[in-house]
Design a protein. Structure first.
Lengths: 172, 112
């Protein structure tokens, strides 16, 4: 699994660049490279449908984010309780990673067996739905209501953006 | 195990960005990084060693496929993240029009 480690290290480095870059446009480009790395990781983890979807969604969100990068980042300042806030944030991250280490210590990557539902889906996909791609069989047959909810969420997002970005307000 | 910890370190980078940056666009970017890390963690939990994609072929057997259910769930989650980013950007642009800044310490006028 050396490939997935390399890609994850690349993603962490690109994310740090995205967080710390002064120019907002370079920050947006760095977040785009994190998304492309995630697409490659999906491909290595045997999820080709997700890799395609992540690529498309990444390009769309990049185009939307470029619209919002009008100015430079704010200058660095240490006003307020800067030392205390940064120290508590780093402390919380250390506690989080330590707890994750204890919890995940004995779980190997790629072990384990299917859950009951996954086994049923895998065994009955061809006789029940006729689809050779099991993920497509799940999203568009077994769990079609999920996909319907996804479409409803996109519709709600579009309506919300139109309501927020509308120029004319209520007349006073 | 190292893979899980690296994935959670990516999550922590996004969390640091959300908690310690003052720029609204940087905060939106941090939320995006956290979403990527969580999606990758779910796919890692469904991965099985030395198996292939869950697509039937002539020489493919069920015991050598990865778990398809997390992939179907994450497919929904990716699209929902796109819509969340869309609404956040719209709100940020609106705030910029009203206040002329992305600094969250200066956006403090509740009136009007």
């Amino acid at each position: 699994m050396i490939e997935i480690h390399l890609i994850l290290l690349f993603m962490i480095a690109a994310a740090i660049v995205a967080v710390e870059a002064r120019d907002l446009l370079s920050s947006v480009v760095a977040i785009g490279s994190v998304g492309i790395g995630l697409s490659l990781a999906f491909l290595i983890l045997k999820a080709p449908d997700l890799a395609i979807m992540q690529l498309v969604v990444e390009i769309m969100s990049l185009v939307i984010l470029v619209r919002a990068t009008m100015r430079q980042d704010l200058p660095f300042s240490m006003s307020g309780r800067w030392v205390f806030n940064t120290f508590s944030t780093v402390l919380f991250m250390c506690v989080f990673l330590g707890a994750a280490y204890i919890a995940l210590k004995n779980i190997p990557l790629g072990g384990g067996d299917f859950g009951i539902a996954s086994g049923v889906y895998l065994r009955e996909a061809i006789p029940a739905t006729g689809a050779k791609n099991v993920v497509a069989a799940i999203t568009s047959n077994y769990r079609l209501m999920d996909t319907l909810g996804e479409v409803a969420a996109i519709f709600t997002a579009v309506v919300g953006v139109m309501a927020i970005a509308r120029r004319v307000g209520r007349p006073r | 195990m190292v893979t899980y910890i690296l994935c959670l370190m990516l999550f922590c980078v996004g969390l640091y960005c959300v908690l310690r940056k003052r720029n609204l666009i940087k905060i939106i970017i941090g939320i995006g990084i956290m979403g990527y890390a969580v999606n990758l963690f779910i796919i890692l939990a469904g991965y099985r060693a030395q198996s292939r994609a869950p697509i039937y072929a002539n020489d493919q057997i069920v015991a050598r496929m990865v778990d398809p259910l997390p992939q179907a769930m994450v497919m929904t989650s990716i699209v929902l993240e796109l819509s969340v980013t869309l609404i956040l950007i719209a709100i940020a642009i609106r705030i910029y029009e009203k206040y002329g800044t992305f600094d969250i310490t200066k956006i403090n006028k509740l009136k009007g």
